[in-house]
Design a binder for this molecule. Structure first.
Ligand SMILES: NC(=O)C1=CN([C@@H]2O[C@H](COP(=O)(O)OP(=O)(O)OC[C@H]3O[C@@H](n4cnc5c(N)ncnc54)[C@H](O)[C@@H]3O)[C@@H](O)[C@H]2O)C=CC1
Ligand SMILES: C[C@]12CCC(=O)C=C1CC[C@@H]1[C@@H]2[C@@H](O)C[C@@]2(C)[C@H]1CC[C@]2(O)C(=O)C=O
Length: 253
């Protein structure tokens, strides 16, 4: 799949990994439709110029995401792909230090945004892309979902987050199999620890410890290193139905 003059939806594009993907795809000649809950996404689109537009929306809402897809269809020659970066991290132990059970609504909210939101974006994007004229090899589109190394090595307090990301991993192969008849690929990236606003509130010594836990290189990943992998997935049509860890070799304790 080529990037030049093709249109991509990027969710969670107002910040961190999604924002870096938007910059990289525009630099490669693509058009982008930026979706985020936060209104800051409008500024991000303005910074990127005519190739970018923003549609504020919630990935768990069918109406919001249909509006994003419709905007993408109108912003060029149809929707070529999605990089779904919107997500939240949550921390809660099953039983806290006072003996109280974890909050059920908080658990459901994390799963709703990270897992159900991913399914919502995938189903609506795939329905639109299935109507595209076939390109090389009959390809009609590509979907990149974002899991996490927490899907495999979840830490204490991450039952909700790890379960939501493990669900994203679990959907990758069946979704790729189902959508193969439409010429749509599905991939997932499982990042390790990346330097984004999601990490902003973490104390410096905790960030240093996380960096030390990476075998090599001993640092947090940079958002553009993530965006470069997303770019490769878009342009390399043999990548399908797989989850790629991008983590410097870290295995979370
Ligand atoms: N930063 C890291 O170390 C890692 C991040 N990830 C995952 O990567 C993805 C991107 O994370 P970052 O860029 O680091 O986080 P971030 O917090 O910088 O960006 C996430 C964006 O998603 C948006 N968002 C949250 N809920 C939304 C909703 N319901 N609808 C629409 N937008 C919503 C936020 O407003 C925010 O702009 C997330 O799914 C996260 O779980 C995975 C592994 C490591
Ligand atoms: C780096 C982590 C884990 C992987 C991921 O998908 C997203 C992350 C961003 C928030 C981090 C995550 C993990 O390292 C654990 C911490 C540092 C989390 C913020 C608070 C956190 O749960 C913690 O302090 C645990 O001790």
């Amino acid at each position: 799949m080529r990037i030049e003059n093709a249109t991509f939806v990027i969710t969670g594009a107002g910040s961190g990994l999604g924002s870096a993907c938007a910059e990289r795809l525009v630099a490669a000649g693509g058009r982008v439709v930026l979706c985020d809950l936060s209104e800051g996404v409008q500024d991000q689109a303005r910074r990127l110029g005519d190739a970018a537009i923003a549609v504020q929306g919630d990935v768990t809402s069918a109406d919001d995401i249909q509006a994003v897809i419709d905007a993408a269809q109108a912003h060029g020659d149809g929707l070529a792909g999605v990089i779904h970066c919107a997500g939240v991290v949550s921390v809660a132990k099953l039983v806290d230090r006072h003996g109280n059970p974890a909050d059920l609504d908080a658990y459901a909210r994390t799963v709703q945004i990270n897992l159900v939101g991913t399914f919502n974006v995938m189903r609506l994007a795939a329905a639109a892309m299935s109507q595209n004229p076939p390109g090389d090899d009959g390809e009609r589109g590509v979907i990149i979902n974002i899991a996490s190394v927490a899907a495999f090595d979840g830490q204490v307090g991450q039952c909700a987050y790890s379960a939501s990301k493990a669900g994203v991993v679990g959907m990758s192969l069946p979704a790729a199999r189902e959508l193969s008849r439409h010429g749509i690929r599905v991939m997932a990236i499982a990042p390790g620890v990346f330097e984004t606003p999601m990490m902003a509130d973490i104390p410096e010594d905790a960030v240093a410890a996380l960096s030390q836990a990476v075998p090599f290189p001993k640092r947090l990943g940079k958002p553009d290193e993530f965006a470069r992998l997303a770019e490769q997935i878009i342009t390399n049509s043999m990548l399908n139905g797989e989850v790629i860890r991008l983590d410097g070799g870290i295995r979370m304790q």
